[in-house]
Design a protein around this ligand. Structure first.
Ligand SMILES: NC(=O)c1ccc[n+]([C@@H]2O[C@H](COP(=O)([O-])OP(=O)(O)OC[C@H]3O[C@@H](n4cnc5c(N)ncnc54)[C@H](OP(=O)(O)O)[C@@H]3O)[C@@H](O)[C@H]2O)c1
Length: 378
């Protein structure tokens, strides 16, 4: 495992962190973590040098924090890792909720402190709202009470808002979405460099774009790949692209199988700063152009919309749609869509808008669902 020096305290943090948002599940139910398998996977990562674990209130419908807390307590490893969770800003309406939620999370995670605590998913509107609600006093309290060691924020809005947030509070770190398809999306590379100039460590989320950059090598993608003579797999290339950059402090991956863990651990052992070869850079440039041009619905399957009252697996519908373009295989996607439970297809949407209110990518989900259903059925 390669380690990077993190922040003003020069903490030594593994360059791969375990994101607990996509743990293995049972019966296809996001809220039912396969606890035994997930424990094996996290243990394997820790045994191989991973020392940063990221969770959050809403992951796995509230079960991710409980899993991580139980796991660290049972295995007596709380002090072996840096533990990160997030203040769920979407659920909080009163200032007192900030304080009560932090205490509730300490209880859920069976710990007296968090090494890293993030204001979850800040955007332009939320930032103004929580400032009015007294977030700065809360931040001060969280650190002075010793309940939080390092305070940061995670972010999914545009780069101008990102700079505004950084400039208006003395955060210890931040977390942004970045991968080679998103160089100019949200905070992007410009945001990464801005944070770096300000001395703020940057944690990367969605490095494989939620699995979209672990694509199958077929059709046009295979032709592009083969041209460049690169001896890596697609997920390996996606991770190497990020670890190549000195501005990146840590890359979180949401691994869902033991194979993902083993593969990403292997990558984290050898892909360091300035390790990207010229042919790999050229391949990335070409892949980025191809994938951006073919991806109409920029969904990363984060499953923040899993509370859909109609139980529509929105991310699966969008993956079918994008794959029909990327692999030029509309027939395949129509076949998969027709095999879905009819009560959970896109046309079951009642347009309540719950999904759009939580989507970190700000997708117009209701309209996209209509487009998908029409494409797959007419
Ligand atoms: N604060 C926020 O707003 C926020 C938002 C998003 C994420 N996060 C945090 O950041 C973490 C990382 O983001 P992410 O989960 O989106 O990471 P990611 O690494 O981009 O996506 C994880 C997915 O990529 C695929 N994958 C990973 N390693 C692979 C491998 N070696 N081979 C093949 N496929 C592989 C799997 O997809 P399949 O299962 O489809 O195969 C896996 O579920 C999250 O887990 C979460 O902790 C935070």
């Amino acid at each position: 495992m390669l380690y990077r020096s993190f922040g003003k305290d020069n903490l030594s943090i593994s360059q791969l962190g375990f994101g607990c948002m996509r743990l293995p599940i049972l019966d296809g139910d996001v809220g039912k973590i396969d606890v035994e398998e997930a424990a094996h996977m996290v243990q394997k990562a820790i045994d191989s040098g991973v020392n940063y674990i990221d969770t959050a209130w809403p992951y796995h419908n509230g079960q991710s924090e409980i899993f991580v807390g139980d796991f660290l307590e049972k295995t007596n490893q709380r002090d072996k890792v840096y533990l990160a969770t997030k203040l769920p800003l979407f659920h909080l309406d009163e200032t007192t909720d900030f304080y009560a939620t932090l205490d509730k999370q300490l209880e859920k995670l069976k710990t007296s402190y968090f090494d890293f605590y993030l204001l979850h998913n800040i955007d332009d509107k939320k930032w103004d709202k929580i400032i009015d609600m007294g977030i700065f006093d809360f931040n001060k309290y969280a650190k002075e009470s010793g309940k939080v060691k390092h305070l940061g924020f995670s972010f999914h809005d545009d780069v101008e808002t990102f700079k505004r947030v950084i400039d208006s509070y003395d955060f210890d770190f931040c977390q942004i979405q970045l991968n080679y398809m998103d160089e100019n999306f949200q905070a992007g590379l410009e945001g990464l460099r801005y944070a770096n100039e300000k001395g703020l460590p940057v944690i990367i989320m969605e490095p494989i774009k939620g699995g979209k950059l672990a694509f199958n090598l077929k059709g046009e993608l295979k032709e592009i790949w083969d041209k460049h003579n690169v001896n890596l797999t697609p997920p390996q290339l996606a991770l190497k692209y990020l670890w190549n950059m000195p501005e990146v402090s840590l890359v979180l991956s949401g691994m869902s199988t033991m194979e993902h863990v083993e593969d990403n651990l292997k990558s984290a052992e050898s892909f360091g700063i300035d390790s990207l070869a010229e042919n790999e850079k050229n391949l990335i440039k070409e892949l980025e152009g191809f994938l951006v041009s073919k991806t109409e619905i920029d969904c990363t399957s984060c499953k923040y919309c899993s509370d859909c009252p109609q139980n529509i697996p929105i991310w699966d519908v969008f993956t079918l749609y994008n794959n029909s373009k990327i692999y030029d295989d509309l027939k395949g996607s129509i076949g998969s869509y027709s095999r879905m439970d009819p009560t959970r297809r896109a046309d079951s949407c009642i347009e309540c808008g719950l999904c759009e209110s939580v989507c970190p990518q700000n997708l117009t989900i209701i309209d996209y669902l209509k487009t998908c259903h029409k494409t797959f059925t007419e």
